[in-house]
Design a protein around this ligand. Structure first.
Ligand SMILES: [Fe+2]
Length: 294
């Protein structure tokens, strides 16, 4: 049996350093993961002092090596896209906006928007070069190898908030995040071995639709900073009360287990398990905190 490869996943920190500290401490309490994945909205406004604060807090708690993606908030500094991307690269140590990695034999693909202006009406424009690279990169891997894809924004009909029901979802919010949504879904649709991780929505991981497997698999990475849920009329509203969530992923051979973690109550909200060779997903509730992180 192959050795398990563990990933800790968080996103949407947005200046909430107290909750970041709690999440990192929780991860550090149990079996140390092989890689930390931080999926965008690292800062509230992409300011240098916010990146420095993030770096300070990440350094204060022992954690696995980290990979980062860029989020829309990391562009909210009233500077150009180029300045924001340069800051992201400088302070995260990432060599480029998008890249491929391998952790314990598990391929990881980071994606990032080349335009943070939102002038197109979309948060994400990958551009032709990145799309071709992405398709080529996915094609390199055998169908029986799970591939983790990190992208900050939500794809339609994948995770909470992104479905069409105007009462229980937010179709006004999450249908247009990606300018190139059709080619992205076409590329992903050819690879059932992909686990696509998106943050951005801050929708609570207790929602049963936090995970789906339309053909590839998709999981909401939750949010460190505040929660959101439906407003009942196609949009969303912030949730009352404390909120701090993330994922622990375990890959073992062709099997992927994803635990949705609630750092406030130290509870596992849900667990999803799937095999790359099957479309079915086993959903479990009630996994013990120490078992998920052990
Ligand atoms: Fe975001």
């Amino acid at each position: 049996m192959s050795k398990p490869v563990r990933f800790d996943v968080i996103s949407d920190i947005q200046g909430d350093m107290a909750d970041l500290d709690v999440a990192l401490a929780a991860f550090a309490e149990f079996t140390v993961a092989d890689q930390l994945l931080i999926n965008g909205d690292l800062t509230d406004n992409g300011r240098v002092r916010q990146y420095k604060d993030l770096t300070k807090h990440l350094a204060a708690t022992a954690h696995p090596p980290a990979l980062f993606t860029i989020g829309n908030h990391d562009f909210y500094n009233h500077r150009s896209t180029a300045v924001s991307i340069d800051r992201f690269l400088e302070h995260t140590g990432m060599s480029s906006l998008y890249s491929a990695h391998e952790v314990g034999g598990v391929p990881i693909i980071r994606l990032g928007t080349t335009d943070g202006s939102e002038r197109s009406g979309h948060y994400v424009i990958f551009g032709e070069e990145q799309l071709i690279w992405f398709a080529t990169e996915l094609a390199r891997h055998a169908a029986e190898v799970p591939v983790v894809v990190l992208s900050h924004h939500v794809l339609p009909n994948t995770v909470s908030g992104s479905f069409d029901d105007p009462v229980t979802q937010a179709p006004k919010m999450y249908g247009h995040d990606y300018a190139e949504v059709d080619p992205v879904l076409e590329i992903l649709g050819a690879h059932p071995n992909v686990l696509f991780l998106s943050g951005h929505s801050h929708w609570n991981l207790y929602w049963p639709d936090w995970f789906s497997r339309p053909s590839f698999a998709a999981a909401n990475t939750g949010a460190i900073q505040r929660g959101f849920g439906p407003d009942g009329s196609g949009g969303e509203q912030p949730l009352d009360g404390p909120h701090n969530q993330g994922l622990r992923i375990v890959v073992e051979g062709g099997t992927v287990t994803v635990h949705a973690l609630d750092f406030v109550n130290r509870r596992v909200a849900h667990t999803a398990e799937f095999s790359v060779s099957e479309q079915s997903v086993i959903m479990t509730d009630g996994v013990a905190w120490s078992d998920a992180l052990g």
